[in-house]
Structures are given as C-alpha cells and as structure tokens.
Design a protein. Structure first.
Length: 140
C-alpha cells in the first residue's frame, strides 16, 4: 500500500470518495473489504457512493482490520495510512526482500532492474513499468 501525505485537496472531498480511493490504491475489491470488516457489499457500496455515512461498527472494523488512518477518512487530513501500520508494512516488506535476496536468480534480476533504472533509457524504463503493470493486471 502506498502512504500519502499529499495535499488534502488532491484526495476526494467526501468520506465515501476517500474510502473508495483507499480501496482502489490498496488494490482491494469491494467484496474483500466488506468481508474483512463484516459489512454487506451493499452497505459498503452505499458508503463509497456517499449515500450514507459510516457507522461506529464500520469505523471500528476499518480501524482494526486495515491500515487506513480513520482521521484521514473522516477529514481528508494527514496520511491515508496509519503511521504504525505503515511502519509494520515497511518493516515486513524489508524482511521479505532480505529473504528473497538469498535466492541467486532473484538477486541477479533485482540488480539488472536497478541498473536499468539508474542508467537505462526512458523507453527501457517505460518497458519495465509496462511489464509490471501487465503482470499486476493479470493477477487481479
């Protein structure tokens, strides 16, 4: 998940819009978030479309089961992701990466990618980004 400390005007103005924005950035489906926080898909859809406001139960579920900063959800101010969860996620990702770097083939691939991003041409970088975007799209 990406963390965000950008200008609040760059985010949707409504609670529902911010909820939908967070879900899309988190690459989660509506059905997945609904199941995670134990609300119906219809209720979550109503929230995202500003037909209702989140209940205390929904806010509690989002707070306990996701990395979303509830203050950001309600006000649009601050970081989209809670600082504690962002640190946990980053630490976990670093640990995972260190484990993967033990694999010789993975390490070679990472070194090649880093070299291309440091010294490669714009088309080479675009090709890698396009490949990654395609692979990500195939996984959903």
């Amino acid at each position: 998940m990406q963390s965000s400390n950008v200008n609040p005007s760059e985010f949707p103005a409504s609670v529902g819009g911010r909820l939908k924005y967070w879900r899309k950035v988190s690459t989660l489906r509506l059905v997945d978030v609904a199941a995670l926080i134990r609300v119906s898909q219809g209720s979550l859809s109503d929230l995202e479309n500003d037909k209702s406001l989140p209940s205390a139960t929904t806010l509690t579920g989002l707070c306990q089961k996701t990395d979303m900063n509830i203050c950001w959800l309600l006000t649009g101010e601050g970081s989209m992701v809670s600082k504690e969860e962002r640190f946990k996620t980053e630490s976990s990702s670093i640990r995972d990466l260190m484990g993967w770097m033990q694999d010789k083939d993975f390490r070679k691939t990472v070194v090649k990618l880093v070299n291309i991003f440091e010294k490669g041409s714009a088309p080479q970088k675009a090709q890698i980004r396009g490949f990654i975007a395609g692979v990500e799209a195939d996984s959903h």
